[in-house]
Design a binder for this molecule. Sequence first.
Ligand code: SAM
Length: 248
Amino acid sequence: KLSRRLSLLLEQIPAGATVADIGSDHALLPLAAVQTRRAERAIAGEVNPGPFRAAQKAVQDAGLGDLISVRRGDGLAVLQPGEADCITIAGMGGSLIAAILQRGAEQGKLTGVRRLLLQPNVGEDILRRWLLANGWVLTAEGLLEEDGKRYEVLTAEPEDPEAGRTNDALYANAAEAGGAKPYSMETLLLMGPWLIRQRGPVFVDKWEDEIRKLERIFHSLSKSELESADEKRTEFESRLREIREVLS
Ligand code: SAM
């Protein structure tokens, strides 16, 4: 059975899409996407030989070799421009996902892509920053807890002013949700422009844990006599203040 984490990605693949899952490991997501007929076809990309063979075998065993193409290569290099209309990248750090998208964009591999479904394990803010800087608008954010871990799923679509889909509008609306003291861009990129408004129970747990973690680091820095500790302390203090304000 597909994990809830991957199910959340699956549900957001546009009907009839050709989906490319990059870093596919056992090709669980492409298999589910084609088996449930959500996607018409799929591509599973893997850079490492072990996971690549695992993906090949899983697709063969399922008898879906005609509909799922398993390819070995780095990031979006496995794609022809215009081949996929939805790209999923899950289970890696946000900075690695951003680097894969950046290289892919430079190679024209994002042309024709109408949705990105991204699940960073850490560094969500780095990924949000990349999307913002590169004309992708977050259209949804999900957060779930499974087996003691928390996962964010980011959905992004190309900026389209005619359809009213712009980053300016997204972040201006999200900032206003802060009320008398609008949320700062830093806060929104850190916590998520949709998640901050949804404020679900997992969101509150996640950031309460983060506050505790930052407090611990802050206290150990307070004991440090290194000069650089001062600077770090100021940084942690302002981040703590930011998060506390959102939760208060
Ligand atoms: N996407 C699956 C999931 O979410 O369950 C697998 C996640 S697994 C932790 C990360 C996978 O990404 C590994 O199989 C790794 O080989 C692959 N990977 C890492 N860097 C990659 C890259 N630049 N291009 C393609 N695959 C990559």
